[in-house]
Design a protein around this ligand. Structure first.
Ligand SMILES: [Zn+2]
Length: 508
């Protein structure tokens, strides 16, 4: 009887214990909001394109010093063997008595910028505050407004604001909050911030190889990407792989007068269009032979999880101005399959540059997203086989005069590197505890996603470190990542602090 009483009495308190710690983190944040935003502004001001090594090193230094100032130990730059490439920034906190280690990942580099495309008054590396999203009639407001109360719906516009300096910043500050509050983490914490993710993580494998022992952990938590379009927090168990092909279809050796030669000399833009159109039907199915053959079927847990994802299709149709989606299924069911996308097509000029010519060539960039079971080289080859099936002679380089006389149709194919998809089992015991921690932070179940539509080289994490990562995105879904006017909603940074702090206090 007595035993029963205690169980009933203490269970609710155990349940609330985690939440009260999250409230403490919230209190800490509320008291420090302007300070935090000023730190973030400093960080965003440093240009962060991976190929711009001097500035990338400034970012790495800024992060190192920031981590040291927050009491994080063993801070060091992990440089790849290949010289003059962006280093990763590492740090750690060893918790006395802890037997488990969680490694947090985010990246500090960003996509290249074209500042002329940014809305007037904005600049990729001069962070600006707005009172709401600019596409919802938001207005730029003075940075000094932060001293008289901060609305979580305000946004900060800058390259990297959401993808992925927000990740770096919130992870460090989640620990800083725990330290300031004297809340002891339940795990050892390692911090790993990559500087070359947007350039394809080309040297990540070298870094993993060289620092394997240092980077060992029981669980990797990846902070990158957006929250669900419904606004709900999601825990993501996988990512799609990615690779690219560039196709160039050749026409005449010199541009020709479209009147004198039209109807007789084939137009490469027309040939390329016909080729591309043959790769996908009107129902969104890729018609390249064997394209879906290697796809590993979803597990029962994955199918159930997809069923529980809130529907956002009607909201997205309006938001994006698209009445009819390509496939009849839900957005999420579409992301469970490999895709073939045209990233861009170029031939002769349009608009003011339009001239009455038959162009000499037409070029298309193709993006292939991959799911579990696909191999990126095999997937590239299927597309190349299709090009041959459509009557083209495939070349590695520009055609010679002999090639031009020997074959009716010529297509040069440039293959980029790529990487495969990665998935962590939804039954992984560590992953389940991460979900529990997120649950404690947000006070409800997060949305569980078998895979993100986007790609990260998590395949390398699994292959090199035997890691089974889960991804916890924090950015708002309308953050314009990779494009002009990238932004983060301030409330999403605050949520991130609570979620990462909760994971550092990982429940058993
Ligand atoms: Zn990213």
């Amino acid at each position: 009887m007595k035993k029963h009483f205690f169980v009933l009495f203490f269970l609710p308190f155990l349940g609330f214990a985690q939440t009260s710690e999250v409230y403490k983190v919230r209190d800490y944040r509320v008291k420090n909001e302007p300070v935090l935003l000023n730190h973030f502004k400093d960080f965003l001001q440093i240009p962060n394109i991976a190929s711009d090594l001097p500035n990338i090193l400034k970012n790495a230094d800024w992060i190192s010093n920031y981590m040291l100032s927050m009491g994080i130990g063993n801070v060091q730059l992990l440089s790849p063997v290949t010289p003059n490439k962006p280093p990763a920034v590492y740090g750690e906190v060893l918790t006395p008595g802890a037997t488990e280690t969680v490694v947090f990942y985010a990246h500090y580099d960003g996509q290249p910028v074209d500042s002329t495309k940014w809305v007037s008054g904005l600049h990729p590396f001069k962070p600006q505050l707005t009172n709401k999203s600019l596409v919802k009639d938001g207005k730029i407001i003075s940075w000094d407004t932060i001293y008289s109360g901060i609305d979580p719906d305000w946004r900060i516009y800058a390259r990297g604001a959401s993808d992925d300096k927000a990740g770096v910043f919130t992870i460090i500050n989640a620990y800083a909050a725990l330290k300031a509050l004297k809340l002891k983490p339940n795990v050892n914490i390692k911090f790993f911030f990559e500087g070359e993710e947007e350039a394809g993580s080309t040297h990540l494998s070298e870094i993993f190889n060289q620092y394997r022992t240092l980077l060992m952990g029981d669980m990797w938590v990846i902070c990158d990407g957006p929250v669900h379009q419904s606004g709900g927090k999601q825990v993501v168990f996988g990512v799609r792989g990615d690779t690219h092909l560039e196709l160039t279809v050749f026409g005449p050796k010199r541009p020709l007068h479209s009147g004198h030669y039209g109807n007789w000399i084939p137009n490469p833009a027309m040939e390329l269009s016909r080729l591309l159109a043959s790769m996908k039907n009107e129902n969104g199915q890729v018609t390249v032979k064997g394209f879906y053959d290697d796809v590993k079927p979803l597990s029962g847990a994955e199918i159930s999880a997809i069923d529980l994802v809130p529907g956002v299709e009607e909201q997205l149709k309006k938001e994006l101005g698209v009445r009819k989606p390509e496939s009849a299924g839900s957005l999420n069911s579409s992301l469970q399959l490999p895709s073939l996308n045209i990233n861009g097509i170029q031939s002769a000029g349009v608009g003011k540059q339009s001239a009455n010519v038959i162009p000499t060539k037409a070029v298309a960039s193709i993006d292939l997203r991959l799911v579990l079971g696909n191999d990126w080289k095999r997937q590239q080859q299927k597309v190349i086989d299709h090009i041959e099936l459509m009557g083209f002679h495939v070349l590695d380089d520009e055609p010679t005069d002999q090639d031009r006389m020997k074959y009716d149709k010529l297509c040069m194919v440039k293959r980029s590197d790529g990487y495969n998809a990665q998935k962590t089992s939804m039954d992984d015991p560590f992953a389940k505890r991460i979900v529990k921690a997120v649950n404690a932070a947000i006070g409800k179940s997060p949305i569980l996603m078998p895979t993100l539509g986007g790609s990260l080289p998590l395949f390398i994490f699994e292959q090199q470190l035997n890691a089974h990562p889960v991804t916890l995105p924090i950015a708002n879904h309308d953050n314009n990542q990779h494009a002009e006017n990238e932004n983060i909603r301030i409330g999403n940074i605050w949520d991130g602090l609570e979620i990462f702090a909760s994971i550092m206090l990982l429940p058993k």
